[in-house]
Write a protein that binds this ligand. Structure first.
Ligand code: UT7
Length: 324
């Protein structure tokens, strides 16, 4: 029998400080009205001084472990999706491994910017199905506030900090309604578009951390097309039709992108989970954060099917179909 990758638990964490559009408009040439109309964002969370990506990821991991009824002792692999690691090395995953008190297993980071969680989940699924791991802690954690140019109104209004986590396991969750877990994953990239969304620094090129740069309207256009196509491909791989899927949990970049994709695929009203108004764009953390919100408020229940989808710098994009 082929091994399955069951979803055992999901958790998330947001830092305490909220930065509203109105507060931002006091320091940048923007307005609450412009940000709401063009993006749907009303506020974002900002990590405290000294609070690192690993701290956010660790707190999200604790909640995911709790919902999975597991502890760090049960985990044999940690994969962290982040573009804002604590340090150039070691990986944020190894820092979280230590915070969890783990002296066993393996831990590494993946970097696929806003698509990072889909890439990490796809790897976790492959590791379980090839019997290389049994219980994988997949984390998306970011402190994008640290790589923003706070004088660039075209980017600084869009992003926030946060973390989300998921436990993927070869052992099913003890609930008779629980589904078969990861049904299908799809990942893609195209480096020809690397100059449309990037950070202008790095250890090898500039020896600095750099700031985020984006040609927003071109990213928007590609995102709508690739998100729609990747969901269709991901579902088709397991002979499932888009109309048979209960929930869509997209990367949260812009409410207008969510609506354009929903229109293209003829999704039903209320089927698309949106947290962009409150979380803004938290890059690799946005999907598990949104998923945790919809599970915690009772919308997503055991047995439901869920399509996750993301698009980000690189470009990278992808989707994952789950039976929760
Ligand atoms: O997570 C990774 C993927 N990222 C994304 O998916 C982001 C995709 N892009 C977007 O979400 C949108 O393109 C933005 C929200 C970034 C921008 O919206 P837009 O409707 O594409 O606007 P635009 O870039 O075409 O700019 C329109 C105008 C410009 O002024 P002019 O040249 O028309 O006079 C900008 O200077 O809006 C101006 N503008 C602003 N005005 C007030 C840009 N940012 C702001 C701002 N406040 N914060």
């Amino acid at each position: 029998m082929t091994q399955k990758s069951f979803i055992r638990g999901v958790g998330s964490y947001l830092p305490a400080r909220v930065l509203t559009n109105a507060q931002l408009a006091e320091t940048v040439d923007t307005s609450d009205e412009w940000i709401r109309e063009r993006t749907g964002i009303t506020q974002r969370y900002i990590a405290a001084e000294g609070q690192n990506t690993s701290d956010l990821g660790y707190k999200a991991a604790l909640k995911a472990l709790d919902t999975a009824k597991m502890s760090g002792d049960d985990i044999d692999l940690i994969i962290v999706a982040t573009s804002t690691p604590d340090l150039t090395f070691p990986s944020t995953a190894t820092i979280i491994q230590e915070l969890l008190g783990m002296e066993h297993g393996a831990a590494f980071d993946v970097q696929a910017v806003c698509s990072g969680f889909i890439y990490a989940l796809s790897l976790a699924d492959a590791m379980i199905k090839s019997e290389k791991a049994s219980n994988v802690l997949v984390i998306g954690a970011e402190t994008f506030s640290r790589i923003l140019d706070w004088n660039d109104r075209s980017t600084c209004v869009l992003f926030g900090d946060g973390a989300g986590a998921m436990i993927v396991s070869s052992t099913p969750y003890e609930d008779e309604k629980a589904g078969d877990g990861v049904l299908s994953t799809f990942i893609r990239s195209d480096g020809r578009h690397k100059d449309l969304l990037y950070v202008d620094g790095g250890p090898s090129s500039t020896r600095t951390v750099g700031k985020l740069r984006m040609v927003g309207n071109q990213v928007f256009r590609h995102a709508v097309k690739e998100l729609s196509d990747s969901m269709v491909q991901c579902a088709a791989a397991v002979d499932m039709a888009i109309e048979d899927i209960d929930w869509f949990v997209p990367h949260q970049a812009n409410q207008r992108i969510l609506e354009a994709v929903a229109k293209r695929l003829d999704l039903r009203r209320g089927q698309v989970v949106s947290t962009v108004a409150y979380h803004a764009n938290t890059s690799a953390a946005s999907i598990p954060l949104a998923l945790d919100v919809a599970i915690s408020d009772g919308r997503i229940k055991r047995g439901h099917t869920i399509m996750l989808e993301a698009f980000g710098g690189g470009f990278t994009w992808g989707a994952a179909l789950l039976a929760y």
